[in-house]
Design a protein around this ligand. Structure first.
Ligand code: HAM
Length: 420
């Protein structure tokens, strides 16, 4: 027997009709961005491995444990993108977008790859919609972007998404905080691996989920106490703008993120219906990222919302997604000539904006009518070869069973009237 295949571990296939929901979520996330001046950007799904090493940070789990990296036939080191921001910044630098009107506002939608331990809501191939605003460090831009994320979830009908916010400081004050935190963490009773992390990436230790670690962190210094005046003022302005915009959030003094490029405003959208994790989206400022990847100074802020986790959240809240009818009219030909005529009729219907399908496969009346019911169509047009002589077919209302004879020449107009 020849080998049969399964999709790779940690991935899933999106099949109709469920796939409609993913399309709907992506569209709802993009819609607020498009009305706010964000232009669509598409970058490759693989980039130079060094871009992520330098941009996302070598001490992060994402870079050190989760990247799909390989050497190409041409000896280039490339990685399937684990996130979108580094590629967008690389593209903005390469194309000198910073030399034009600022901010440069961009949005994207696509596949991302992380070699994670798969579980509900955590996949190796997942989907994000993201937004990045580049070139300015205006706190109003932080507030605008956060509010656009809030809008996306609200437009999807989600009521239980929480917004958590923190400021992580900048190149001036973060090192001071890092040193204070390190000093505190070195005094704790931690395993060897965590002690290594204290030296490499102490902020990540705050995110350790193990109760025995959390129990020791109650008195850990918080970054808010170390912010410099400029960061303090920036954060106060962001909060003021968010209040003006009527956005609710909770202060999360311990919120740190899994990627190293963040500065100042950082935030996460959380939800309780996602299995073992809670982040349905997240983002923040990354004012040094461009320089980290060899570009000019170009501050930026962005977020990415997880499409798959948003679907989980919608299911957990029982949010009904609008079901778009895939088929309004189902055509049933009985005979070869009738099929030729109805294939043309179906094409005419589609061109006039009516979703239509045909019983392919030369089924008998019974089988074809079963197909009509399954299609979800409201109307069926049944035409036999003999009807072509009289030029009259049968139009059946699939909900009521009512059937009327309709001249084939008028059938598009009659259907249109019945469907409106
Ligand atoms: P992130 O927090 O790593 O940020 O990912 C954003 C969202 O993607 C998460 O909140 C989650 O919903 C979803 N996500 C991440 N990993 C997985 C996974 N393995 N399976 C399913 N969903 C997942 C970023 O990626 C940043 N680039 C966001 C950003 C843009 N920051 C600034 N600009």
């Amino acid at each position: 027997m020849t080998q049969s295949f399964q999709g790779p571990k940690g991935t899933f296939d999106l099949l109709p009709p469920d796939s409609e929901l993913w399309l709907h979520v992506r569209e709802a996330m993009a819609a607020p961005l498009r009305t706010a001046g964000y232009g669509y950007i598409e970058t490759p799904v693989f980039e130079d491995t060094a871009l992520f090493e330098r941009g996302v940070g070598e001490s992060t789990d994402v870079v050190s444990k989760e990247m799909y990296s390989f050497v190409t036939r041409g000896d280039d080191r490339v990685t399937l993108r684990p996130e979108g921001t580094a590629g967008v910044v690389r593209s903005a630098v390469q194309h000198r977008l910073y030399a034009g009107q600022l901010p440069v506002k961009l949005w994207y939608s696509g596949s991302f790859f992380r070699y994670e331990r798969p579980q509900a809501g955590r996949y190796r191939h997942f989907s994000q919609v993201g937004a990045e605003a580049l070139g300015l460090d205006d706190p109003a831009l932080d507030a605008e972007l956060v509010a656009l994320g809030v809008r996306a979830f609200a437009d999807l009908g989600l009521r239980e998404v929480r917004l958590l916010m923190n400021s992580l400081g900048d190149a001036t004050c973060r090192p001071v905080y890092r040193a204070r935190l390190q000093e505190f963490l070195r005094s704790l009773d931690l395993d060897a691996e965590t002690r290594r992390r204290v030296e490499l990436n102490p902020l990540r230790v705050l995110d350790d989920k193990r109760p025995e670690v959390q129990a020791q962190l109650a008195d850990a210094p918080v970054v808010a106490d170390s912010l410099c005046d400029a960061c303090r003022a920036h954060y106060a302005a962001v909060r003021g703008h968010l209040a003006d915009l009527g956005v609710d959030w909770a202060e999360a003094p311990r919120l740190v993120r899994g990627l190293d490029y963040y500065t100042r405003t950082t935030f996460e959208f959380q939800h309780d219906g996602l299995g073992a994790q809670s982040a349905v989206g997240g983002g923040g400022r990354y004012d040094g990222l461009s320089e980290d990847v060899g570009g000019p100074p170009m501050p930026g802020i962005g977020w990415a919302l997880g499409v798959d986790r948003t679907v989980l959240a919608m299911r957990a809240e029982g949010v009904e997604a609008p079901v778009s009818s895939r088929c309004d009219v189902y055509a049933v030909p009985l005979g070869a000539e009738a099929k030729r005529r109805l294939l043309v009729l179906v094409d005419e219907l589609r061109r006039s904006g009516i979703a239509a399908d045909l019983a392919f496969g030369d089924r008998g009346l019974k089988g074809a009518m079963k197909g009509a019911d399954r299609s979800g169509a409201r109307l069926a047009v049944v035409v036999g070869d003999r009807d072509l002589e009289t030029g009259v077919g049968q139009l059946k209302d699939l909900a009521t069973g009512e059937q009327v004879a309709v001249p084939l020449d008028d059938v598009v107009a009659v259907i249109r009237e019945k469907l409106t």
